[in-house]
Ligand binder design. Structure first.
Ligand SMILES: C[S@@+](CC[C@H](N)C(=O)[O-])C[C@H]1O[C@@H](n2cnc3c(N)ncnc32)[C@H](O)[C@@H]1O
Length: 298
């Protein structure tokens, strides 16, 4: 079984196999249903993998993220997993045989930031390699949109896990589910996939920083950080999905005992606090077991 494709900040596999599971709509688990599922902030892929394994009621899935490198990788896994494995293995072999692994990483990262003319499979292989060879699987861009995370400082990395990639490919090609990919903003690229009365959308945005975390908190997955205006826009979009399409929505976000922003924003929704384990993200406030908000309109 594969639980995620990339190491990803805020990855949700433990929570979907843990405390989130019991809050999901029951229809997802009923093979007689005909649900559209939208994973609006796909990240490392753990949520759509969970749904593909566990939710026979879901017949259509939209996989969306603002980061086109992720979406290209998942598309490559679906369409040519063997070609992807071959190219990723070449990068891994280069790393293994390199005497200066730091240089190999930074040279590859430079190419990665200029790779627009490459074939999509080559870009996808680089995304896999960079995710394994960079520090802690963090994805961060500078103001030019260049990936700028340092080397992981490990001599041994494991870019290619062929069995896991083939398993992900099998899931992404299941004949019982139609899968679509979009790359863009959660609002502008998902609405046209919503079907009236039977859509469930999970939103896992960059979390609002805890007041105790100060400026070191992590919201910079992309060159435009996810600020309070974006959090408010997301809430308005949830309202629209509910009012216009009778959709069910679920949102994950931070729980801050010293600040009521989230509780006020979603005061007309059901909110529960769940326990999550976080291993990174800045100050100690983001490490260990912390509470998170799980917000639902059902
Ligand atoms: C908390 S992570 C999602 C983690 C994911 N659920 C997982 O299990 O790996 C947030 C994601 O939001 C994406 N993102 C940031 N701004 C976005 C936007 N405006 N629209 C869509 N995706 C966005 C980032 O690229 C990042 O992958």
């Amino acid at each position: 079984m594969i639980k995620n494709i990339l190491k990803w900040q805020g990855g949700k596999s433990d929570l979907f196999y843990g405390p989130i599971q019991s809050h999901l709509p029951k229809e997802l688990f009923d093979a007689n249903k005909n649900i559209t599922f939208i994973d609006a902030f796909t990240g490392g892929g753990s949520v759509f993998l969970y749904v593909l394994y566990n939710c026979p009621g879901v017949k259509r899935i939209l996989i969306n993220d603002y980061n086109y490198r992720l979406i290209e990788l998942y598309y490559a896994i679906q369409t040519d997993v063997d070609g992807l494995i071959k190219l990723a293995q070449e990068l891994q072999d280069g790393y293994d045989s390199s005497l200066d692994k730091s240089k190999y990483y930074y040279d590859t990262r430079d190419e990665y930031n200029k790779f627009n003319s490459w074939e999509y499979l080559d870009r996808a292989a680089h995304t896999l390699f960079i995710n394994r060879a960079s520090y802690n699987g963090i994805y961060r861009e500078n103001s030019n949109g260049d990936f700028n995370v340092p080397w992981c400082k490990k001599d041994v990395i494991n870019t290619v896990k062929p069995d896991e990639l083939r398993e992900a490919s099998r899931l992404l090609n299941l004949s019982s589910v139609q899968i679509a990919f979009t790359c863009g903003d959660f609002e502008y690229s998902t609405e046209r996939y919503v079907t009236w009365g039977d859509t469930f959308i999970y939103f896992d945005p960059p979390y609002r920083p805890l007041s105790s975390a100060g400026s070191v908190s992590f919201t910079a997955y992309t060159k435009s950080p996810f600020n309070d205006d974006a959090q408010i826009r997301l809430k308005k979009y949830c309202d629209r999905l509910m009012n216009r399409y009778d959709a069910r929505v679920m949102v994950s976000n931070s729980y801050d005992p010293n600040d009521n922003f989230m509780l006020n924003l979603y005061k007309d929704y059901k909110i529960v606090q769940i326990d999550a384990f976080r291993s990174s993200g800045g100050k100690n406030a983001m490490r260990g077991t912390i509470k998170e908000n799980l917000i639902m309109n059902f």
